[in-house]
Design a protein around this ligand. Structure first.
Ligand SMILES: Cc1ncc(COP(=O)(O)O)c(C=O)c1O
Length: 336
C-alpha cells in the first residue's frame, strides 16, 4: 500500500484530529460528494432525477451523513441494498423515498414499518405485500418491478412482466417504476445496448401509460446509456478521494496503524497522509488497490473499518456524527 501526503492546511488537520480523537480516521468531503452527484446529473436529460445508491453504508463512507447532506441539497431519492440499511436511514431521520434493491419475504415487516419501497421480481411477493397491508387496514404502498435483461441476478424475465403488471393491478398495488440493471456498462457497449433495447421494448406499453423507468448506474450515465430516462442510479462514482506524493510502507501493517519511510525533506513529523488517492492513475487509487487485490472498488471502500471515525467536511466546517461529549454513542458505532 502506498500513501499520499495531505495538502489540507495544518489548522484544519488539527481540527480533524481533535474531532476524530484518533490518529487514523476517514476524511469525507461532503462537498466533493455533492459535486460528483451534480457532475453525473449534468450528463443526464433535464427531467431525469438522481436516485443516489447508498449500498453497504454508502460504500463505507457512512450512509446517514451522505444522505443527510444530499437531502439538504435537493436529492429526494435513495436506494440501499437491504431493508436493514433502509431502516438505519429512517431511524436517522431521512424521510424521502428509499428503495431497497435486495428484497426478501422475511423483510416485509421492516419494509412496511419504515415505509421502504421494495424491488419486486415475483407475483408471490406482490401477493404478500398486498396481504400484509390489507390485514393492517393500510393502503398498499408502491413497488418497483425489476426485469432481468442479462445481469441474471434478480428480476422477472421480460416475458413475465405482463403477468406482474396484471397481478399488481388486480391486487391494487401501485407501480412506482420499472427497472433493470446493466451487467457491464463500463466494459461492453454492445452488451449494454442490447440490454437497454430489450428493456425499452419490454416496458414500452407501460411507459406509454406513464409508468416511470430507470436503468443507469454511474458507468452507464458516463457512457450515455439510459441517462435520458426518469431516474439514474449512481453508486460508487459519487464518492471521491484526494491525491499527493508517494511514500513506501515499511515494517508490518498492524490493523489501522502503519509506518511509512519519509525522505530527509520531510522534517515535520506531524505530517498527515492520505491512504487512498482520488487520481485514478495513482497506484493508491481505490481502483488500483482493488485491481491489485483482485476485487472491485466497492469492496475496498465498504471494508474500511467501522473503527475509523468518519470526519465529514462541508463548507469549511468539520463534524463527526454521533460524538456526544467527545464520545461515540454505541448505536452510532454500530451503524457505521
Ligand atoms: C440495481 C443497482 N443500481 C445501481 C447501482 C449503482 O451502481 P454503480 O456503483 O456502478 O454506479 C447498483 C450498485 O450495485 C445496483 O445494484
Amino acid at each position: 500500500m502506498q500513501m499520499d501526503m495531505a495538502d489540507a492546511s495544518s489548522s484544519s488537520l488539527e481540527e480533524e484530529f481533535r474531532l476524530a480523537q484518533r490518529s487514523s480516521y476517514l476524511r469525507i468531503d461532503l462537498e466533493a460528494v455533492l459535486h460528483n452527484v451534480r457532475v453525473l446529473r449534468s450528463l443526464c436529460s433535464s427531467h431525469t432525477e438522481v436516485m443516489a445508491v447508498l449500498k453497504a453504508n454508502a460504500t463505507g463512507h457512512g450512509s446517514v451523513a451522505i444522505a443527510t447532506h444530499l437531502v439538504n441539497n435537493g436529492i429526494k431519492h435513495f436506494a440501499v441494498a437491504t431493508a436493514a440499511e433502509g431502516r438505519d436511514l429512517r431511524e436517522a431521520g431521512i424521510q424521502v423515498y428509499i428503495q431497497v434493491f435486495g428484497t426478501s419475504h422475511e423483510d416485509v415487516d421492516i419494509l412496511q414499518k419504515f415505509q421502504l419501497t421494495p424491488t419486486v421480481s415475483t407475483p408471490a411477493f406482490l401477493r404478500l405485500w398486498a396481504t400484509k397491508h390489507r390485514n393492517a387496514n393500510l393502503t398498499v404502498p408502491p413497488v418497483v418491478i425489476k426485469i432481468d435483461t442479462g445481469m441474471s441476478r434478480h428480476g422477472c424475465q421480460p416475458e413475465e412482466l405482463q403477468q406482474m403488471m396484471k397481478t399488481s393491478e388486480e391486487l391494487g398495488i401501485p407501480v412506482h417504476s420499472l427497472m433493470t440493471h446493466f451487467a457491464v456498462a463500463w466494459e461492453d457497449a454492445e452488451v449494454t445496448q442490447c440490454q437497454l433495447d430489450l428493456f425499452l421494448d419490454t416496458v414500452r406499453p407501460y411507459r406509454e401509460q406513464g409508468v416511470k423507468v430507470h436503468v443507469a448506474n454511474a458507468p452507464a450515465i458516463i457512457r450515455g446509456f439510459g441517462a435520458d430516462l426518469d431516474f439514474v442510479r449512481p453508486g460508487i462514482s459519487i464518492y471521491g478521494l484526494p491525491p499527493g506524493d508517494e511514500l513506501p510502507v515499511v515494517g508490518r501493517v498492524s490493523m489501522d496503524a502503519i509506518t511509512v519511510k519519509m525522505d530527509a525533506s520531510f522534517t515535520d513529523l506531524s505530517s498527515a497522509f492520505y491512504v487512498y488517492s482520488d487520481v485514478i492513475s495513482h497506484p493508491n487509487s481505490v481502483t488500483n488497490i482493488a485491481r491489485a487485490l483482485g476485487t472491485i472498488p466497492q469492496e475496498v471502500c465498504s471494508r474500511l473499518s467501522a473503527r475509523l471515525p468518519r470526519v465529514y467536511v462541508t463548507g469549511g466546517r468539520h463534524h463527526v456524527p454521533g460524538l456526544r461529549n467527545g464520545h461515540l454513542r454505541h448505536s452510532d458505532q454500530r451503524s457505521w
